[in-house]
Design a protein around this ligand. Structure first.
Ligand code: SF4
Ligand code: SF4
Length: 113
């Protein structure tokens, strides 16, 4: 599993309303977790955005993931409207998790003397 996906799930699943008492994912059988199915594009969208405005990260998400999603699109999405998309629901936590790893990678690549 990608270190990014592991970090995202570590941060998000514990807060997710789909999580069962034993830590299992109880998302509806006819759905997939939009975090798991899109994590590589999520990570690319976040790492390619440098901004202090959360809206810019949301814009990157809409262009990179929602644009090509079977549940909706950037302008209209029932799951988003009904707060049923785990990716959209927990996106602020996901941005934090990915950026933290990005910063750690930079620190590792440029250790202080
Ligand atoms: S729906 Fe996704 S975020 Fe929620 S518990 Fe399941 S795997 Fe984790
Ligand atoms: S908000 Fe809607 S269109 Fe975007 S990833 Fe979630 S389900 Fe797909």
């Amino acid at each position: 599993m990608s270190i990014y996906l592991a970090a995202i799930k570590d941060k998000v699943c514990s807060h997710c309303i789909e999580r069962g008492p034993s830590g299992e994912c109880r998302i509806s059988p006819d759905k997939v977790c939009t975090i798991e199915s899109n994590y590589d594009r999520i990570v690319s969208a976040i790492l390619s955005t440098t901004s202090e405005r959360y809206e810019d990260y949301v814009g990157a998400l809409r262009r990179s993931v929602c644009q090509d999603c079977s549940y909706g699109n950037p302008k209209a999405c029932d799951d988003r409207d009904q707060v049923e998309c785990p990716l959209d629901r927990y996106y602020p936590l996901i941005v934090d998790a990915v950026e933290l790893i990005g910063i750690e990678n930079i620190r590792r690549a440029h250790p202080q003397q």
